[in-house]
Design a protein. Structure first.
Length: 158
């Protein structure tokens, strides 16, 4: 057995603190949204919640001034934001973007009608991954009830 003594123990402790285990680091993400314009910004796989919030707000503010962070998430999760008639809105998380969107629409539907997913984002521990982020876009639909074309946000197909 090698005697370390106090200097050795202190040295090992300092080394351990200087190089934290990256495997335990959580990825952070955020979704920012401007209710008035429908503009959004997302972040994913950031090293802190503060960085994630700032990134999402920065992206959203390229297109609108009234952006707020509406969803914060961490770990290996996806998150989504949905809005509906009036001021109905909701968010959700899940292990895939489809689950997160369904949870967001469900949360929004508890507050109002005609809720649709608007934007989503996913964290992962490796690369930016299979579901790194593909927010919804606006699409033109035929509305059979009003017998006219309408422009609304598209829903993702996953």
């Amino acid at each position: 057995m090698i005697p370390f003594g106090w200097p050795g123990v202190v040295g090992l402790l300092l080394l351990a603190l200087a190089f934290p285990r990256t495997a335990d680091a959580q990825p952070y993400g955020a979704i920012a949204y401007d209710e008035k314009t429908g503009s959004w910004g997302v972040s994913y796989n950031e090293t802190s919640q503060g960085r994630a919030n700032a990134q999402a707000l920065g992206e959203c503010r390229k297109h609108a001034k009234g952006c707020d962070v509406v969803v914060r998430f961490w770990g290996e999760l996806c998150a989504a934001y949905a809005t509906g008639a009036g001021s109905a809105a909701g968010w959700g998380t899940g292990d895939s973007h489809g689950v997160a969107e369904r949870n967001a629409v469900s949360a929004c539907s508890a507050k109002g009608k005609r809720c649709e997913p608007r934007v989503w984002s996913c964290n992962d521990r490796g690369t930016a991954g299979n579901e790194a982020f593909a927010p919804t876009k606006k699409c033109r639909y035929w509305d059979s009830a009003s017998q006219q074309y309408v422009t609304r946000f598209c829903s993702s197909t996953r």
